[in-house]
Ligand binder design. Structure first.
Ligand code: PLP
Length: 392
C-alpha cells in the first residue's frame, strides 16, 4: 500500500480527525478551544495519589469522592490538563497532519522552533547542512553549537562527490527543493547512505504532500514551516515534525512539553481550516500553484526577457518594487503571489536573484504583471545610462 489508510488525500484532509473530536456540540467544523487549563476529573488526582501510595486507605477515601465528579463521563486518560501538554484543537490538527504525511505529527510555534526541536531530539555529533538552504536553519545550528562546542557542522555539498556512508551519530539535513535555486536531492539514495544509523531529515516546506512524501522515500523525519504552503493564507506562524512511528512522536511531544515551543490554539485552528476547507484545500492549492509556477518558469526560461547589459542587482531590486499583483514580501506558499529580493537577508545569494512564490491568481494576469514590471525597469535603467552617456 502506498500512502497509509483507506481514504484519498482530500478525504483525509477533511475527516482524519473525526474520531478524536471530543465534540459535545456535534459541530461539523472544528471548534476553537482557547482555554489554557482544564478542570480535573476528581478521579484524576485520586488515581495519581493511589499510584504514588500517598493515601493510607485509598478504598475508604474513594467512597467520599463517588458522586462528586460531574465530569465522570470524561475518560481521564484522555482528558486535557494544561494546554502546553495538549489541547483539543492542536490534537486534531496533529491527527490530520500526520495522516497527510503518513506518520505522526508534532506541531511547534514556528518552523525554526521545529528545526531547533529536531536538533535537540536527535543530538547529532555531526550536523550536515546544505551550504545554501534556508538561512535560519544555519542560525539555529549556530545556537545549538554554542552549548556543544564539539559538534561539527559540515557542508552537504562536500558529500555529494563521494559515495561514502554517513556515520551513526550524523544528522543529514536536506531541503526539498532547496533555497534559493530549487535543487532537489534523491532521498532514496540518501536513505541508503544513512543505513548505519544516521538520521535523515527533510525540510519539505516547499513541497508539501501530495507533491512529495518524504517519509515514504526514506526520511526519518519531515519538517515543515507550516507558515508557508500548509497554512497557505499568510496568517499564521507554525512548524511541524512528522515521524513514522508513534513512540518517536510521543518523545518529541514530551520534549516540547518542556521546551514550551507549542503552537497556539488560534494558529492550530487556522491551520486545521487551511488543510481541510475545500476551495482552499492543500491539495487544490498546492497542485494548482505548482502548475502555475511551472507555466511561469517555462515562460521566463524561453526567450531571454532582458537585454545583455542589465545590471542584475539593480534590475532584481527594482522589479520587486514594480509589480502590482505580486506583493514584495518574504514567505511563500500562500494564495497570494509574492516576490522577495533575497540578497537583503542572505549574503550567500546573488543580488540578481528574486525568489517568487506563485499563488492562486490567474496565471495570465501574473505573466502580464511581470511583463509590465520588466519593461518599466528596463526603461528606467536605460534612461539612467542614457543620462550618464549625455553627461560624459
Ligand atoms: C520559512 C522557512 C523556515 C522557517 O520557518 P518559520 O515558520 O518562518 O520559522 C524553514 N525552512 C524553510 C525552507 C522555510 O522557507
Amino acid at each position: 500500500m502506498s500512502v497509509h489508510e483507506k481514504f484519498g488525500f482530500s478525504t483525509r484532509a477533511i475527516h482524519s480527525d473525526d474520531n478524536n473530536a471530543k465534540n459535545v456540540l456535534s459541530d461539523i467544523a472544528p471548534p476553537l478551544h482557547v482555554s489554557s487549563t482544564y478542570k480535573y476529573p476528581v478521579s484524576f488526582n485520586y488515581d495519581i495519589g493511589v499510584r504514588k501510595g500517598v493515601f493510607s486507605d485509598p478504598d475508604e477515601l474513594r467512597k467520599h469522592i463517588i458522586g462528586l465528579d460531574i465530569n465522570s463521563e470524561v475518560d481521564t486518560a484522555d482528558s486535557h490538563v494544561y494546554s502546553r501538554y495538549s489541547t483539543d484543537t492542536r490534537d486534531r490538527l496533529e491527527t490530520v497532519l500526520g495522516s497527510l504525511e503518513g506518520g505522526h505529527a508534532t506541531t511547534y510555534s514556528s518552523g525554526l522552533a521545529a528545526i531547533a526541536a529536531a536538533f535537540e531530539f536527535y543530538q547529532p555529533t555531526r550536523l550536515i547542512l546544505p551550504h545554501a538552504g534556508y538561512f535560519g536553519t544555519h542560525s539555529v545550528a549556530s545556537i545549538f553549537r554554542r552549548s556543544r562546542p564539539r559538534i561539527q557542522i559540515l557542508i552537504l555539498e562536500d558529500f555529494l562527490e563521494t559515495n561514502t556512508d554517513f556515520g551513526a551519530s550524523d544528522l543529514v539535513w536536506l531541503e526539498m527543493p532547496q533555497n534559493p535555486n530549487g535543487e532537489i536531492y534523491d532521498i532514496r539514495a540518501f536513505r541508503e547512505r544513512c543505513k548505519n544509523g544516521a538520521v535523515l531529515v527533510v525540510d519539505a516546506t516547499f513541497s508539501p504532500p501530495p507533491l512529495l512524501y518524504s517519509l515514504e522515500l526514506g526520511a526519518n523525519c519531515v519538517m515543515h514551516s507550516s507558515t508557508k504552503f500548509l497554512g497557505g493564507h499568510s496568517d499564521l506562524l507554525g512548524g511541524v515534525l512528522v515521524v513514522k512511528d508513534f513512540e518517536t512522536a510521543q518523545k518529541l511531544r514530551q520534549d516540547r512539553n518542556f521546551l514550551g515551543s507549542v503552537m497556539g490554539n488560534m494558529e492550530a485552528w487556522l491551520l486545521l481550516r487551511s488543510l481541510s476547507t475545500f476551495i482552499r484545500s492543500l491539495e487544490v492549492r498546492a497542485t494548482r500553484q505548482s502548475e502555475s509556477a511551472t507555466t511561469i518558469a517555462t515562460w521566463l526560461a524561453s526567450p531571454p526577457q532582458t537585454s545583455e547589459d542589465v545590471k542584475p542587482t539593480e534590475h532584481a531590486f527594482l522589479v520587486c518594487n514594480r509589480l502590482r499583483l505580486f506583493k514584495n514580501a518574504t514567505s511563500l506558499g500562500g494564495v497570494e503571489s509574492l516576490i522577495d529580493w533575497r540578497r537583503a537577508f542572505d549574503d550567500k545569494i546573488s543580488g540578481g536573484v528574486c525568489r517568487v512564490s506563485i499563488g492562486l491568481e490567474n496565471v495570465e494576469d501574473l505573466k502580464a504583471d511581470l511583463r509590465k514590471a520588466f519593461s518599466e525597469v528596463k526603461d528606467a535603467l536605460e534612461s539612467d545610462s542614457e543620462k550618464k552617456t549625455d553627461v560624459e
